[in-house]
Each structure stands twice: as C-alpha cells, then as structure tokens.
Design a protein. Structure first.
Length: 436
C-alpha cells in the first residue's frame, strides 16, 4: 500500500507507477496560440478529387498559353491587311512579356490568400478578355492591348496555376510535377499556334475563329474548376500581397546562377520564335502559308514536351548539362539552316533546341522545387518565371530594334552567342541539391 505524502499521490492504474495530482489552487491562464501567418493547406482530400484538380489545373495552364499563342500565325495577316511592321510585331511581343512580368510581381502571391482555384479562374478571365479585344483587329494598339491582357493572364497562371498543379500532383513519378509545370505552357503555345495556322488557311472567318475556339475552351476549364478541390485556405491580407515582392529560392548561389542562365537562354529563343517565325517563313523560306509559319514556331515549342520526361531519368545536374549541350547544337543548326535557306535544317534546329529546352528546363524546376512547402511554391515559381520572361523580353526588345539595321541571320547569330555563354556556365557550375 502506498503512503500518502500530502500531494495527492496514489496508486496508478498500471500497478506500480504512480501519478501526481497538483494541489488545488488558482489556475494560471494559458497563453494564447499565435495565429498562423502562412497559408494553411486545406483538409486532406480524396485521391479522386486531387486527380480532378490536377487534370483541370493542367488543362487550364495549357489553355491559357494556347490562347496567348493563337495570335502569332495571324501576324502576317495583320502585316498585309493592317500595315504592321517587324518592329510592331516585336513590340507586341514585348508588351505581352511586360504584362506577364507585371502579373508575376504584383499577383505572384495572390493564390496564397484567395486560394489556388479562384486565382486559376482569374487567369481564364484575363485570357478571355484578351481574346475578345483581338476580335476584328484594326490597329497595332489593339493587338498590343490584347496581348498585354493575355500576358497578365499567363503571369497569374505561371504562379498560381502551376502551384495548384504541384499541390494536386501524384507523388509518383517524382519528376511529374516539375515536367507538367515546365512543359504545359510550351504544349499550350504549340497547340495554339498550330490550331491558329490551320484555321487561318482552311477555316471560316480566319481572323476571328481561333479566338472563338479559345473562348470555348476557357468556358470548359472554368466549369471544371467549379468541381475541383481548394488546396489553400482563404485568409485575409490579399491587398498586402499585391505589393511587388520577389522571393528568391533558398538554394546555393551557384545553383541559382545556372538556373538563371538556362531560363534566359531558352526562353529568349521562345521570344525569338514568337517574333520571327513569320519573318522566317515569309522571307527565308519563301512562303506566307500560315501552317508553315505555325510549324516553324511549333518546331521549337512542341519537342520540349518530350525533352522534359526524357531528362527525368538523369540527375538534375546531368540533365541540365546534357540539355544545354544539345540546345547549343540545335541553335547552330538553326543558324546554318537560315544561311543555306533550308527548310529542313531550320526545322531540325528548332526541334533539337526545343527538345533540349524541355530537358534542361524541367531539371532546373526540379532543383528549385526541392523541399519547398506549399506556401512557398507560388512565390518561388513567380520569381523563377519572372527571370525567364525577363530573359525573353530584353533580347526581343533589342532584336526588334536591330531589324531596322540587320537581317534575320545576323540577329539569330546573336542568340547563338547567348546560348554558348549559358551552356558554358551550366557545364561549369551545375550541381545537384540533396533533399533534407
């Protein structure tokens, strides 16, 4: 039998150990728990809901970028019927990039406050507004406004919709989220360009039909989002989130320099094909056929969808080095094809560089997303693609002005030099990042 000791000690239920009961007295007030300052994930969701969210958010991302590229095959039409020049076309591309970068700076964190799904709906609304503006184009100003609205939509998509994809992606294979987020925009750009080219040549109302088709797809994605789960709880502070801010990924400096070099070089070529595919098809290849122009554009965008999964079998650093080596070779082929005016070599160079972009770009996203919490995904993706769009915009702006002095071969050679510099840095500094 145990002896009382004045503190309420008695036999425990487990037969040997004892438990203590505090003496009666005033209770101390318990400290209040601080309110969370980070966006909180919602409750666990069934796998079926996650799968639906993953599929619809991927379709939303593809649709947004398909809409943004639907105007590109129409540039030759606008040249012939509305008097646009090469400099005008390059300017509208720059306006698109400015819109995208503005959205990444101002709206890059909005999905952490309003939720991923609502931000995805905002993406669709902005791209739809751009399509409406581009119906019945009469001036370069109208094209610039439409492209600017589409740029804003794609900027929101690049942070919020990509984060939604990562939130809902299956855990296997491990590279799936990185490949889908990095390659869905390029798939959308390809689909939009090719569909527009075909409708211009063979469809009714060639100046407007593609925009109507994109609007139909947007409505479908919007309805799908209504049935998708939310992955981030809504919280106050949305107005504060609009203050421009860039969140740098928490990776070693050399990793970030490699990522910056890869994105600038590969996305600069994306801007190059947006600006100069019409010029290449008309002046270098001797055709104004919109389908041929769309194929020139798609030769760079489409193969990246294959390059992304192909790089998944290698470590990120190896995929970056292999990808950039192939990218440099593709750029050399492209310039050689322009010099010899060979359609086959130009397309082969574009395909090779596009495949390499998919491999190197997906590997870089894998590195940057390593060990990121849900709250950090949208801001880090926004910062990453802010650098990417900046890398595409600045060369496009410079190249647009240089068209007044130099031809397409000389301008393309400048992009080749940029690829050479980025490849050299990648081979020298690419490293893997261990998961914690």
């Amino acid at each position: 039998m145990t002896q009382p000791d004045g503190r309420g000690r008695g036999p425990s239920a487990d037969g040997g150990r004892t438990e203590e009961h505090p003496a009666p007295g005033p209770t101390r007030p318990q400290p209040t728990q601080p309110q969370p300052t980070q966006p909180q994930p919602t409750q666990a969701r069934p796998k079926q809901q996650n799968r639906l969210g993953f599929l619809v958010s991927t379709a939303t991302l593809v649709t947004a970028f398909a809409g943004s590229s639907s105007v590109i095959p129409l540039y030759n039409t606008y040249r012939a019927e509305n008097g646009l020049t090469n400099a005008d076309v390059a300017l509208t591309v720059v306006v698109y990039f400015v819109g995208t970068m503005t959205a990444l700076l101002v709206l890059g964190r909005i999905s952490n406050y309003v939720g991923r799904r609502r931000a995805a709906m905002l993406t669709l609304a902005l791209v739809a507004a751009g399509c409406v503006v581009l119906l019945n184009v009469t001036s370069v100003l109208q094209v610039a406004i439409g492209r600017g609205l589409m740029g804003l939509g794609c900027g929101v998509a690049t942070s919020a919709v990509m984060a939604y994809i990562v939130d809902t992606a299956p855990t296997r294979p491990v590279w799936l989220a990185a490949v889908v987020t990095s390659q869905s925009p390029l798939l959308g750009l390809t689909i939009g360009g090719l569909a527009a080219g075909a409708l211009i040549e063979y469809g009714p109302y060639p100046r407007d039909t593609i925009y109507v088709c994109v609007l139909v797809l947007i409505v479908g994605c919007f309805v799908g989002l209504l049935f998708c789960p939310e992955t981030i709880e809504r919280r106050p502070g949305v107005l504060r989130s609009l203050r421009p801010q860039v969140q740098i990924p928490k990776q070693p400096a050399r990793i970030l320099w490699v990522a910056l070099a890869i994105f600038i070089a590969t996305w600069a070529m994306g801007g190059y094909f947006q600006s100069f595919s019409p010029t290449i098809s008309r002046d270098q290849l001797g055709t104004s056929n919109a389908v041929v122009m769309a194929l020139v554009y798609a030769s760079y965008m489409a193969p990246s969808v294959i390059g992304g999964p192909a790089g998944g079998r290698y470590s990120p650093a190896s995929a970056q080095r292999i990808g950039m080596g192939i990218f440099l070779a593709g750029m050399a082929l492209l310039v050689g094809g322009l010099v010899t005016q060979s359609v086959l070599v130009v397309l082969l160079g574009g395909c090779t560089a596009g495949f390499a972009q998919g491999m190197a770009g997906s590997a870089t996203i894998r590195v940057l997303l390593t060990d990121l919490e849900s709250a950090d995904r949208a801001p880090v993706l926004a910062a990453t693609y802010l650098a990417s769009y900046g890398g595409a915009m600045v060369p496009s702006l410079i190249a647009g002005q240089l068209t007044k002095v130099y031809g397409i071969v000389q301008i393309s050679s400048g992009y080749l030099v940029l690829a050479l510099l980025a490849t050299g840095l990648t081979f020298a500094a690419a490293r893997n990042v261990a998961r914690s």
